[in-house]
Design a protein around this ligand. Structure first.
Ligand SMILES: [Zn+2]
Ligand SMILES: [Zn+2]
Ligand SMILES: [Zn+2]
Length: 325
């Protein structure tokens, strides 16, 4: 189970643009059929419909592109309010619904039948936070789950900076961690101010907000065409919002790439969770890990990945001290 994950992007699998969330494959060789319904090897074929999408997930350290198949994709659509999976707009709508949504994904790691490569199979995606098990597991994020590009980090506004290379970083004393964006929960303290941007025929929306981690006042900012920032313009005073911010400008305003208003009833648990995660991440950055230690850890992970195991559905249970099993 991997907590504190965001969806960065969703891409269709269909090579030819027939139906976005599914494609037809040859019933014999499983290769994707072109619109002509002729398999290169097996000729005319009625095909079998396969639902799937490439989803790019981002955890606090990295990004990872994973194929998500029928059951999981259908369940995601249902969970996040996308009614018709066969509609052309299903995947784009799903992305909008998921973009600033903190998720918990259940995945199994394993090795393919041929023994030639590793796989990561996502079988469940659900909104996170209220799950005590997910929170407990966050402690163990010191083991980076994903590999590759920078990810999305829970952090307080004060930890957010640009380094000398112009990269967006989370800063803890002298330490820097390059990020794609930070995840922050704040509460709006007044109605957004608006400025017209004649050059791009758009508007700049600037609500003031209180960072729920450090209680400092911070200025949020989002600019764009009126319809793209409309939702932000109408945010009421004293609303709780989860934001993903990918940069901070020279005046200290946080550029909001995506946001989501948190329902009042969930605000407290979200705030608590974000605070806890931000603290854990600071610890993750501070704890010096010796070469020996990380080597040992790596060996353990590699051995785990190489051992043949049938993927099982993980069950999360709490022990007395609140840790997850
Ligand atoms: Zn074929
Ligand atoms: Zn890391
Ligand atoms: Zn803060």
């Amino acid at each position: 189970m991997i907590p504190a994950v965001f969806v960065e992007d969703i891409r269709r699998m269909s090579v030819e643009n027939s139906l976005a969330s599914s494609y037809l494959r040859c019933t014999q060789c499983k290769k994707q059929l072109p619109d002509s319904m002729n398999c290169e090897i097996h000729g005319a074929n009625n095909g079998k419909k396969v639902y799937g999408a490439q989803i790019i997930f981002a955890d606090p350290c990295h990004k990872l592109e994973v194929a998500v198949w029928e059951d999981c994709l259908k369940a995601m659509c249902q969970e996040f309010g996308v009614d018709d999976i066969d509609d052309e707009s299903a995947l784009p709508n799903l992305l909008v619904a998921l973009r600033a949504q903190e998720l918990c994904i259940r995945a199994s790691f394993g090795i393919n039948k041929a023994g030639t490569s590793m796989y990561l199979d996502v079988f469940d995606v659900s909104p996170q936070v209220n799950d005590a098990g997910a929170q407990a597991i966050f402690k163990h994020l010191a083991n980076d789950t994903f590999v590759g590009a920078p990810g999305i980090v829970p952090a307080c506004c004060k930890r957010f900076a640009s380094n000398s290379l112009g990269q967006t970083v989370v800063k803890v004393d002298e330490l820097e961690h390059v990020v794609d964006s930070i995840h922050l929960v704040c509460k709006t303290t007044d109605k957004p101010k608006m400025e017209a941007l004649p050059a791009i025929d758009g508007i700049n929306v600037k609500p003031s907000a209180e960072c729920m981690k450090c209680n400092a006042t911070c200025v949020l900012q989002t600019a764009g065409a009126p319809d793209s920032v409309q939702d932000f313009m109408t945010t009421l005073k004293n609303s709780f919002v989860a934001i993903l911010s990918s940069s901070i400008d020279s005046n200290g305003a946080l550029q909001v790439a995506h946001h989501r208003t948190i329902p009042e009833a969930e605000a407290q648990i979200f705030t608590k969770s974000n605070k806890y995660q931000a603290e854990q991440f600071v610890m993750h950055m501070k704890i010096p890990r010796s070469e020996k230690m990380s080597k040992k850890r790596r060996t353990v992970i590699e051995e785990l990945c190489l051992s043949q195991r049938t993927p099982k559905r993980l069950k999360i249970a709490n022990t007395l001290d609140g840790d997850a099993l």
